[in-house]
Write a protein of this length. Structure first.
Ligand code: PPE
Length: 272
């Protein structure tokens, strides 16, 4: 990640180093915030409206009322890129509950909204795209849908991903793969997963995952190329014998997987 000059902070553009917050912010203590991850390519923000739609939906699920309109945040995002001179970058909108009442009930504490934009290269390591990554099934399960709301990018939810990611890296892998409550494959710590078998693509149903916007692009691209694609539950052994596996996500883009639990996948090279 490379620092940029300006951050949009509660209605104003402020210098990166001045975009600070109070230590008694509710969001800091209880994870009461929601965020998005968006990329821009050559100055065009990729599916911006879909990302802001999900941002507002996340906030709705979390019971957070964002005090700006969607159109306003979209316009400020474009302005932020312009002010920072950024064309290829990652954009991080965040809304979180601020200081005031402490304790579980956030009361009427102010809702803070920020948008940051910065350069962010390959998410899963330098060689991820050319060689594919090595994954390990995590000892942490993907959180249960009735405990945490998996369709929502709620800040606090991400402790599940942080635990799994750290464990995988400490054990020498590039990324963790989480199973759901019932033992089926769910997703990576920040990516959806696809398997290819006999020329057909399968991905997990939306039940326990974040409904990725890149995932939706994969459906569209497969459709355009007449490649059969469907949502289907699958188990970890189906991963081992898949012809190809890849991940999708805004940060990860499309990343090939070359190994799961030390088993080589398909031809050991990124597939078509
Ligand atoms: N699952 C999870 C849990 C997830 O966080 C992401 C995005 C996805 C799937 C893919 O969704 P989409 O980006 O709409 O295709 N993860 C974001 C956060 C990454 C981070 O490290 O922070 C992202 O890719 O921006």
């Amino acid at each position: 990640m490379k620092e940029s000059k300006w951050i949009w902070n509660n209605g104003k553009f402020v210098l990166w180093k001045n975009a600070t917050t109070h230590v008694m912010s509710h969001g800091l203590h209880y994870g009461t915030g929601v965020f998005e991850g968006i990329r821009a390519y050559s100055g065009s923000v990729f599916r911006m409206q879909d990302h802001y739609r999900r941002f507002f939906n996340s906030a709705k699920v979390a019971g957070i009322k964002i005090p700006y309109s969607k159109v306003n945040l979209e316009a400020r995002t474009l302005e932020l890129l312009y002010k920072n001179g950024l064309k290829d970058c990652y954009i991080r909108p965040l809304a979180f509950i601020g200081e005031g009442s402490i304790g579980i009930n956030p009361g009427s504490n102010k809702i803070n909204v920020i948008i940051a934009a910065f350069e962010w290269g390959t998410y899963l390591g330098k060689e991820a795209m050319s060689k594919g990554i090595r994954m390990k099934i995590s000892s942490f399960k993907r959180m249960s849908v009735n405990s945490f709301m998996t369709k929502s990018k709620i800040c606090g939810n991400y402790i599940n991903s942080v635990l799994a990611k750290r464990e995988a890296l400490e054990q020498g892998y590039d990324e963790a793969l989480l199973l759901d409550d019932n033992g089926y494959v769910s997703e990576g710590t920040g990516e959806n997963i696809f398997i290819v078998k006999n020329g057909k693509i399968e991905t997990t149903p939306v039940t326990s995952i974040l409904e990725g916007i890149t995932r939706d692009c994969v459906f569209k691209i497969a459709g355009d190329n007449n490649i059969p694609i469907k949502e289907q539950k699958f188990t970890r052994d189906e991963l081992y014998i898949a012809d190809e596996i890849f991940l999708s996500g805004t940060a990860a883009e499309i990343t090939p997987v070359r190994e799961v639990d030390n088993r080589k996948i398909g031809s050991k090279k990124p597939g078509k």
